[in-house]
Design a protein around this ligand. Structure first.
Ligand SMILES: [Zn+2]
Ligand SMILES: [Zn+2]
Length: 383
């Protein structure tokens, strides 16, 4: 095989949600958001976090400015951007050096541009990648309102009611602008207003027959603000780095405060996975701990519904030949939450020497009653 050939495009996976809405609140410092002791400025996000999942702590682990952090959210990496003259809007702009999550979703799942929209203010948005396997044919449809939070929210409502996109990104810039203006009262008011929009958005989603109960909403920020001075941001202080990440909807655990530390590059792979795509060039990971545990069948490594020698062979292939497998939990035959040679041996002993029966879930598909720390993104036999 040609070592320089592009890696293959991943096959679609079983979706966890049919629709995803991503909300970006620019420059909301954690101490005025969900990190505030009473969460008094963000009552709607508080309610969503309590019904869904909040990841605490969640960090911008790269550069705490928007022009770096938004592309990192979109691509799941800090590989960054390149300046170029954008022929579509005839001004200097940037494109990202790795694909946007929209590109993975459109290419792998066949979503149209209209199904994959990004509502924001600027007339000339920052662009996705020119990656040879993805690129402009798979960019999102950018919808530029020329305005701020209210204009973007109005346009979002219009889209949700008319074209009904399956992956919608709503960008809310006003909190950051109010922060830079240095007026504390206006900064807090902007936070309350963004929170109000988010509350109305979730209420609307849950009231619409096309979106209710099959839409995941994820809310995050690009960066915070200096711990000591809310007017600015951009360095490595905790105020700049700590941000919010909360999610709600089908397949997302409810009422979970997830304490595994996560960072911005983990967002894109998680969003892609929710819809059934894979952010294959992201440096982040799917945040499996926020997902409802997947059903699987212990020992059924090749996912054909029966345990036999071919499962031992598949198990060895994953361990020693790097074979891909979407359900590591099913390979954990001895249920010790780690994958090693003891697992195929355990199954061999069961099959041929009347050894110990695999622990649940077996002989039926189910979740691990003792909890699996190994992930199971998809088990074909049990999905
Ligand atoms: Zn800013
Ligand atoms: Zn700072």
């Amino acid at each position: 095989t040609d070592p320089c050939a592009a890696p293959p495009i991943p096959e679609p996976k079983t979706p966890i949600a049919n629709r995803v809405v991503l909300v970006l609140v620019d420059g909301l410092r954690y101490s005025e958001g969900l990190g505030h002791p009473t969460r008094q400025y963000v009552p709607n996000m508080d309610s969503i976090a309590q019904q869904g999942v909040i990841i605490e702590p969640f960090f911008n682990d790269g550069v705490t400015v928007t022009v770096e952090a938004i592309p990192a959210v979109m691509t799941g990496s800090w590989i960054g951007t390149t300046s170029f003259f954008d022929p579509d809007c005839q001004v200097d702009s940037i494109f990202s050096n790795t694909p946007y999550v929209h590109e993975y979703i459109r290419r792998q799942l066949g979503f149209s541009a209209q199904d994959c929209v990004y509502v924001l203010g600027p007339y000339c948005p920052w662009r996705g990648s020119f990656h040879p396997s993805y690129g402009p044919d798979y960019w999102p449809q950018w919808i530029s309102t020329g305005g701020g939070d209210d204009a973007n929210w109005m346009e979002t409502q219009n889209l949700l009611q008319t074209t009904k996109p399956r992956f919608l990104t709503l960008y809310l810039p006003d909190v950051d602008h109010a922060g830079h203006d240095g007026n504390w009262t206006e900064y807090l008011a902007a936070i309350e207003h963004a929170d109000e929009i988010i509350g109305e958005l979730w209420t609307w989603i849950q009231s619409d027959p096309d979106y209710a109960d099959n839409t995941v909403m994820l809310i995050t920020n690009d960066h915070g603000r200096h711990t000591s001075n809310f007017q600015g941001h951009g360095d490595g202080c905790i105020g700049c780095r700590q941000i919010q990440c909360l999610a709600i909807g089908p397949g997302i655990r409810s009422g979970l405060i997830s304490t595994m530390e996560r960072t911005i590059p983990d967002i894109a792979p998680t969003l892609a996975r929710l819809l059934g795509a894979e952010a294959q060039f992201s440096s982040g990971e799917i945040m499996t701990e926020i997902l409802e545990p997947e059903m699987f069948l212990r020992g059924d490594a090749n996912m054909d519904g029966v345990l036999d020698l071919s499962d031992v062979v598949t198990n060895l292939g994953v361990l020693f030949q790097g074979m891909p497998n979407t359900c590591h939990a099913a390979l954990d035959n001895n249920d010790d939450n780690s994958l090693d040679v003891a697992d195929p041996i355990h199954l061999l002993t069961y099959l041929f020497q009347a050894g110990q029966v695999p622990s649940m879930p077996y002989p039926n598909c189910g979740i691990d009653p003792t909890g699996a720390t190994l992930s199971c993104v998809s088990h074909l036999r049990c999905d």
